[in-house]
Design a binder for this molecule. Structure first.
Ligand code: SF4
Length: 342
């Protein structure tokens, strides 16, 4: 069982201490006996301990940096939402395939931002621009926000903020089961709480440092009991020997354990495994023993943004994934909505 994240080392930007959350966190970490240091900027942590890349990378993944979010312009977040809302960056998990490997390549430490009110004000402006249309905000584009939220309660605040909002909706996804502090948040049904799930093989070999499938399902049941709209993201869908049976067992287990009321307003998002060449280089450096198959010759090239294309499964494999997982969904969750396969 993965315990809730406790950082080994915490850095503070001086500006963060001007915010109530910054003050609360500095006291909290001192009381917990965790070493705290100052940094001039949350983008420049230069003196992380560790003698070589391998050690530095692992220490960075257990280092928290408390800072002030300067860019209050949000990125778009298709297909799951209109905007990405930035409460944190980075993650304590060690999923080999993680998209953060490339986007955060040189800064694998975890950053949390204390100017939560300013971030929410910015969200308010985006909502007003689109009103009366609804605006959805995705809170897990740059981190697994639930993994760090038991320390900061930022997400809880955001859930309650969107709970009150007329045109806004919040959504996020997690591989962590540490959800207890979020169960009494006044969400008013405006937050879709999603869990990222996968078959046993993938969780075992590629997702170290995250909660196991049965823990995620237990947490999902708590979340459903708390009245949140619930969803699952099956990602990355990865073809390994026995994948059809593996995913079949995963859906079967989920169906057997979820209470029937939770199966009513359920969403599924399906995302196939993909990688870019820069990601492949970073993955092989950070996880040199990985079994993850990253052979571009076996994949289809798809042109991407900024000239960096990605390697996805070949058309016939994609069709097989869609048929197989689509079939499981029809069989086990006929009332659920499949939002997309990408
Ligand atoms: Fe990346 Fe999510 Fe795994 Fe964290 S839990 S390492 S964000 S894939």
């Amino acid at each position: 069982m993965v315990k809730p994240f406790v950082p080994q080392l915490v850095y503070f930007e001086p500006g963060a201490l001007e915010y109530p959350l910054g003050k609360t966190l500095v006291n909290k970490f001192k009381e917990m006996g965790i070493e705290t240091r100052q940094t001039t900027s949350h983008n420049q942590i230069r003196n992380l301990p560790g003698e070589n890349h391998f050690q530095k990378y692992r220490i960075a993944k257990s280092t928290l940096v408390v800072g002030v979010r300067k860019t209050l312009k949000f990125d778009t977040s298709k297909p799951s939402a209109e905007y990405a809302i930035p409460f944190a960056t980075g993650c304590m998990g060690h999923c080999h395939y993680c998209y953060l490997q490339t986007t955060m390549g040189s800064k694998p430490y975890i950053r949390t931002y204390v100017n939560v009110d300013e971030i929410l004000e910015s969200a308010e402006n985006y909502m007003q621009e689109r009103a009366p249309e609804e605006t959805r905000f995705e809170a897990s584009c740059t981190s697994d926000i639930v993994g760090v939220d038991h320390l900061t309660h930022t997400l809880k605040k955001a859930i309650e903020y969107f709970g009150q909002s007329e045109h806004g909706k919040l959504r996020f996804v997690t591989k962590f089961a540490h959800v207890d502090h979020l169960l009494d948040a006044k969400h008013n049904g405006k937050t879709r709480f999603r869990f990222s799930i996968n078959d046993d093989y993938i969780i075992k070999y590629f997702e170290p440092g995250t909660s196991r499938l049965n823990e995620r399902i237990e947490a999902a049941i708590k979340v459903a009991n708390a009245g949140y709209p619930l969803g699952f993201i099956v990602a990355p869908i990865y073809l390994h020997e026995g994948w059809k049976e593996g995913y079949g067992e995963m859906f079967q287990k989920l169906e057997a354990e979820l209470p029937s009321f939770a199966k009513k307003n359920l969403t599924f998002e399906l995302i196939q495994h993909r990688f870019t060449m820069p990601a492949k280089r970073v993955i092989q450096k950070n996880y040199p023993m990985t079994k993850l198959e990253l052979d571009e010759a076996k994949r289809k090239y798809k042109w991407g943004k900024y000239g960096i294309g990605k390697y996805v499964y070949k058309d016939e494999e994609q069709a097989d994934i869609k048929d197989t997982l689509g079939g499981y969904l029809k069989k086990y969750f006929p009332e659920a909505k499949m939002e997309y396969f990408t």
